[in-house]
Design a binder for this molecule. Structure first.
Ligand code: CU
Length: 173
């Protein structure tokens, strides 16, 4: 038996130690930020989720859009729902249906679901992102605070026409 030398490892250089500590502190900071930002960040959309049949949802949204339509843009109905009401948006290959016309300062219950596969609801230029899954109806309570036109893009790759999937939400004064 030969015992190893007392100092069988290479002692860390001062710089290496410094960088290890910097890295560790940063890891701890980022890990702590995840739960902290969930609570303090005011970034979580209040949501409720229901199970829904994708085709039933599509039929319902189509009927609702036709009943409340005020205009048509690129063959997509423009819907101006009553302030404070439930509003519906449907994601499908490859469009967001319908175009919503909302009033600034009014609160709406925005229902979101997909007719086919997974899509990503991304409201531009704000930082609002929601996963849209078939079979799940996502309800977000929203209050538009800025008037203008907002683009809804799909940020979940949904095959060949993914880049064409651009919708619109109009907020009026
Ligand atoms: Cu998509």
């Amino acid at each position: 038996m030969v015992s190893p030398e007392a100092l069988w490892w290479k002692p860390l250089h001062r710089y290496e130690k410094t960088w290890l500590i910097v890295g560790l502190v940063f890891c701890v900071f980022l890990t702590a930020m995840m739960p902290l930002w969930f609570v303090l960040g005011r970034q979580n959309v209040p949501t409720t989720t229901y199970r829904v049949d994708p085709l039933q949802y599509a039929v319902f949204v189509t009927r609702w859009a036709e009943a409340n339509k005020v205009d048509t843009l690129n063959n997509i109905p423009v819907v101006a729902p009553a302030p404070g009401s439930d509003v519906y948006l449907l994601g499908r290959q490859w469009q967001w249906y319908p175009i919503l016309k909302l009033q600034k300062g009014q609160t709406y219950r925005l229902h979101l679901s997909s007719q086919d596969i997974q899509h990503g609801f991304s409201l531009q230029p704000t930082n609002l992102n929601l996963q849209i899954l078939p079979g799940y109806e996502y309800v977000a309570t929203i209050t538009p605070t800025t008037a203008g036109e907002f683009a809804v893009i799909c940020n979940e790759f949904c095959a060949i026409g993914h880049h064409l999937m651009v919708g619109k939400i109009i907020v009026t004064e």
